[in-house]
Design a protein around this ligand. Structure first.
Ligand SMILES: Cc1cc2nc3c(=O)[nH]c(=O)nc-3n(C[C@H](O)[C@H](O)[C@H](O)COP(=O)(O)OP(=O)(O)OC[C@H]3O[C@@H](n4cnc5c(N)ncnc54)[C@H](O)[C@@H]3O)c2cc1C
Length: 266
């Protein structure tokens, strides 16, 4: 879609190009959402894809794990060869396939863009939340901050990203990548948007559940806790892709199934 209010496009090459952004500046990554709607509040676009960030880096030492650049596309994420012992990487493709977006959109849509959208059906949010990822955020004054995914996505299309801030990267610890995890998902139509997406994972402190898709933001809780204790009533939401009561019922079933599969029946 044409964005007729845009007067300038900046192709960013260094952090200096990202300084001093205002409310009128729109950050573009894959552009799959940004160019799909009117953006009449924007007068300038800042393209992040020209920053030249390495999409995926296997990190070692204290920060052993995987660093995903915010501009890494969903296609790049699922096409990489990961260490064999990182068994949880099987979730990457499952989460990509949980997007309503087709494989054509995967080639442009970025992991960072999906997280910054903060949509309940944002399966890169589900993935990174379930795998204990830490987000690195560049602030407009040159400083940086980190956040968990749970603290970052606070509601339907609501994040704690402030004006001028840029999500730089996502770090998943190796311990989470090595853990056994199971994904269960349901939608009203066979290829429809996720009505509920559950990831059960074996952690050092026992099995852990991540519920998303059915709720306004992801919820993580130990398997010893019931759905009713862990998720407030108001968090289940209704839209064209499912009613709140249906979402809650199917989620209970998905939790049960996924726990049974990782060998920890409720
Ligand atoms: C057919 C189709 C189906 C879709 N299905 C789904 C779906 O099932 N679930 C879903 O969640 N989304 C869906 N989307 C929406 C969108 O495509 C995805 O969320 C996608 O991952 C967004 O990534 P992007 O790189 O294209 O982001 P963009 O469109 O470039 O940006 C999205 C938003 O995030 C901001 N942003 C992007 N990167 C950064 C960054 N690094 N730092 C700060 N701000 C940033 C942008 O300013 C913008 O506000 C769909 C879109 C299409 C076209």
């Amino acid at each position: 879609m044409d964005l007729p209010t845009i007067e300038a496009v900046v192709t960013a090459h260094s952090r200096d190009d990202l300084r001093g952004m205002t409310q009128g500046d729109g950050i573009v990554a894959g552009g799959t959402w940004l160019f799909s709607e009117q953006q009449n509040h924007l007068t300038r676009l800042v393209d992040l894809t020209t920053m030249g960030w390495t999409p995926l880096t296997v990190t070692t030492g204290d920060a052993e794990g995987l660093e995903i650049a915010a501009t890494c596309t969903i296609d790049q994420l699922i096409s990489y060869e990961y260490p064999r012992e990182w068994v949880a990487t099987t979730l990457f493709r499952q989460c990509a396939e949980s997007l309503l977006a087709s494989f054509k959109v995967w080639k442009a849509a970025t992991v960072g863009g999906n997280i910054c959208m903060g949509l309940p059906a944002g399966s890169m949010i589900s993935l990174t939340a379930a795998l204990d990822a830490t987000l690195l955020i560049w602030c407009p004054d040159g400083s940086e901050r980190t956040s968990s995914v749970l603290d970052f996505v606070v509601g339907d299309n609501r994040t704690t990203l402030r004006s001028g801030e840029v999500l730089r990267s996502i770090h998943i610890p190796a311990a989470a990548l090595r853990s056994r995890a199971v994904l269960r998902r349901v939608s009203l139509a066979p290829l429809g948007r996720s009505g509920s997406l559950v990831i059960a994972r074996v952690t050092a402190s026992g099995p852990q559940i991540c519920v998303s898709g059915a709720t306004d933001r992801p919820y993580i809780f130990p398997a010893s806790m019931s759905l009713y204790e862990a998720i407030p009533e108001a968090a289940w939401y209704t839209d064209a892709h499912g009613a709140a009561d249906w979402r809650r019922s199917v989620t209970a079933l998905l939790v049960e199934e996924s726990l049974a599969e990782i060998g920890s029946p409720t």
